[in-house]
Design a protein around this ligand. Sequence first.
Ligand code: HEM
Length: 231
Amino acid sequence: MNQFTAFTRSSIGRKYIVAVTGVLLIGFIVGHLLGNLQIFLGQEYINRYAESLAALGPALWAIRVGLLIVVLLHIYFTIRLALDNRAARPDAYAKKSHVKATLASRSMAISGLLLLAFIIYHIAHFTVRVADPRFALLKLDPLNRYDIYSMMVYGFQNVLVSGIYIVAMFLLALHLSHGTSSFFQSLGLNDKKMTPRLARAGRVFAWLIFAGYTSIPLAVLLGIVKPAQSL
Ligand code: HEM
């Protein structure tokens, strides 16, 4: 067994892989949020941003494949860790105790799986654009670009769609609020003072992400962000 295989089979190695892939995913989540918030600057900004991403061509595909590999590694090693923990337990607990576990920590697997389902729906909705037939009716913007701005506005004008996104963002925040504190534990940080502070910082971060993302469907539903073209 070479060193790399030994690393991926050890509990600490698996924890590191989950932590590092988690950080990479957080990087994507923050970047994606900052990109999307440009909707508040108007059609010109967000359409230019979307076009510059599309112009990356093969590099965009490399990023997509990289992201997919990161997601798969994150899921695979999380499952392996959970199975290891179960195997290490001599007997199933006679009585389940959730005294110390928070809602976020108990729901990591379910929030993670539901997020995966959301991402599949989200890509069908906004990237492949097969979930809403109205998107095909959108005209190009004044600079002959795909009008991603109006696509987002028409998409979120549907209360059910906005509701799905808001619930998914809630699950994301729940997942991140626990994931961030697990991250510091994986790094071996166990300090009486610092550990609770870092856990609190992680929770604040998670709910800022929630507020940032949900502001978009909410602004559309409240009529603050309006379509730039009629259908
Ligand atoms: C209100 C919330 C969100 C909005 C408005 C939004 C918006 C968008 C848009 C417009 C696209 C298509 C980009 C394009 O084709 O040019 C996209 C793609 C994508 N989004 Fe989101 N997004 C949101 C939340 C999320 C979240 C929470 C995640 C992940 C946890 C996520 C992951 C992705 C992924 C993986 C893609 C595909 C990227 C690609 O392959 O090009 N999105 N999003």
